[in-house]
Design a protein around this ligand. Structure first.
Ligand code: AMP
Length: 249
């Protein structure tokens, strides 16, 4: 069984994003970019399936500009066998990402698509669900445990009331939540080895998918600055302020 792992290149999670001066988006020029953290978790899970002999090939795929191949090299340094860059300089929304991934899924025939529950740049939390719907495959979203057995995959999900366990027939789409696993680091020898692993580049506009966006980003703004707090002397004073100033009681 092949496992396909879509990984997105995003502003590194340690960086505080800055809004571009013209409000057109978040500044990415000269900013450290990395693999979306939820995609690292999805990749780790795929690698563990291969290590348990439940998968025989792990393929990383990203959709983005030429420079996005750096996250594919990272994916291969972590252990992916090969990688595919679907190259485009266009800003693409989840619907288009799902349409492009569908073409790759139909070409590669993976048993599982293991992806992040959301990309931390746009927080869309949509691509996995859309891909499953377009393929007509079952989906196990927000997975906190994944068990493959007898052509099925069990996915445990953290829901409000506790843990829900779903049994999905394969092939299926799984989206990884934070507690699924702790991803491994790429070691230096593996970073060197990854340079020799196959990385295929496909032009996005050669796949017969309409890349136009139906979403328009209107504006991006910094959150309002927090005003300084005050220290109250008594509970009575606190209650008074909550009533008259904050107007919350
Ligand atoms: P989103 O729906 O944008 O929050 O993204 C959910 C997941 O879809 C991510 O964690 C990735 O696994 C995948 N994904 C989204 N955008 C891309 C992209 N440009 N290239 C590859 N995978 C992507």
């Amino acid at each position: 069984m092949k496992v396909l792992v879509p990984v997105k290149r995003v502003v590194d999670y340690n960086i505080k994003p800055r809004v571009a001066a013209d409000g057109s988006g978040v500044e990415t020029q000269g900013v450290k970019m990395s693999m979306n953290p939820f995609d690292e978790i999805a990749l780790e899970e795929a690698l563990r399936l291969r290590e348990k002999n439940q998968a025989d090939e792990v393929i990383a795929v990203t959709i983005g500009p030429q420079v996005a191949q750096d996250v594919l090299r990272t994916a291969m340094a972590m252990g992916a066998d090969r990688a595919i860059l679907i190259r485009t300089d266009a800003e693409i929304e989840p619907r288009v990402v799902a349409n492009l991934l569908k073409v790759i899924v139909e070409r590669e025939n993976p048993g599982i698509v293991s992806m992040g529950k959301q990309a931390i740049d746009d927080d869309m939390n949509a691509t996995g669900q859309m891909l499953a719907a377009k393929l007509g495959w079952p989906q196990g979203t927000f997975a906190s445990q994944v068990t493959v057995a007898d052509s099925k995959v069990e996915v445990a999900r953290e829901v409000d009331g506790g843990t829900e366990v779903l049994s999905l027939s394969l092939p299926a789409v799984i989206t990884a939540d934070l507690r699924l696993n702790e991803p491994r680091y790429a070691t230096l020898p593996n970073i060197m080895k990854a340079r020799k692993k196959p990385l295929e580049t496909i032009e996005a506009d050669s796949l017969g998918v309409d890349l136009t966006s139906h979403l328009k980003l209107v504006s991006v703004a910094e959150p309002p600055e927090r005003t300084a707090g005050v220290i109250v002397e008594t509970v009575e004073e606190l209650v008074e302020k909550l009533k008259t100033e904050a107007k919350v009681i």
